[in-house]
Design a protein around this ligand. Structure first.
Ligand SMILES: Nc1ncnc2c1ncn2[C@@H]1O[C@H](COP(=O)(O)OP(=O)(O)OP(=O)(O)O)[C@@H](O)[C@H]1O
Ligand SMILES: O=C(O)[C@H](O)[C@@H](O)[C@H](O)[C@H](O)CO
Length: 179
């Protein structure tokens, strides 16, 4: 395929979202690499207090997340405008959080939501090593999660698919969305 013809129109902003362990960092990182745009890891925008809370097994609440969402949204907008495009991986669990991210970015965002079976997510979290997020927080993540509505500019993918399939599906969507 002609890489120029296949390139999305710029600037564009994509967030790969979902609960902890849904695969957003894995898929988001690959997408950014293929599209040649910066990858922003949402976790790196959390203040230390939030990371400490989660590490201690305490779920975040709205008050913990608003400043994080504002900082992250601003960074998404800046990177997209400076570099032509950006891919971010972040939980973006609630509709109100997604609206806040879009407002802070100052531009539309395409959400790619990784959604699927709780047992599968739990088994991936159990196997994952060296991450601060305890598997026991999965229930609280799912309790907060609001599946995106079609009106939210979102694509929902089955997280049970293999990585290559998910990357291909997301790329096709981004190219159709931003093309
Ligand atoms: N489609 C997939 N098939 C098989 N394993 C996967 C898939 N996607 C991710 N994984 C694995 O599942 C685990 C969780 O993935 P990842 O860290 O990308 O999730 P995450 O949503 O970013 O989690 P967190 O928000 O907690 O950082 C990792 O060990 C990753 O290698
Ligand atoms: O909103 C939240 O509760 C957080 O963003 C979490 O989702 C974690 O930071 C993430 O899943 C771990 O990587």
């Amino acid at each position: 395929m002609d890489p120029v013809a296949a390139a999305p129109h710029r600037p564009f902003a994509v967030i790969v979202m979902g609960v902890s362990g849904s695969g957003k960092s894995t898929i988001g990182g690959r997408l950014a690499e293929i599209l040649g745009v910066p990858f922003l890891e949402g976790d790196q925008f959390h203040p230390k207090a939030n990371i400490d809370k989660m590490t201690a097994g305490i779920p975040l609440h709205d008050e913990d997340r608003w400043p994080w969402l504002d900082r992250l949204g601003e960074a998404i907008g800046q990177a997209a405008r400076a570099k032509g495009g950006v891919v971010n991986a972040s939980s973006a669990l609630k509709r109100s959080y997604r609206a806040r991210l879009v407002a802070a970015a100052g531009m539309p965002i395409r959400f790619i939501c990784l959604f699927g079976d709780k047992e599968l997510i739990a088994s991936r979290l159990q196997k994952r090593k060296g991450h601060y997020m305890p598997p026991a927080l999965l229930d609280s993540q799912l309790a907060d999660f609001e599946k995106p509505l079609p009106s939210e500019n979102a694509l929902i993918l089955d997280l049970g698919s293999d990585v290559e399939t998910l990357v291909a599906e997301a790329l096709a969507d981004i190219r159709a969305y931003a093309g």
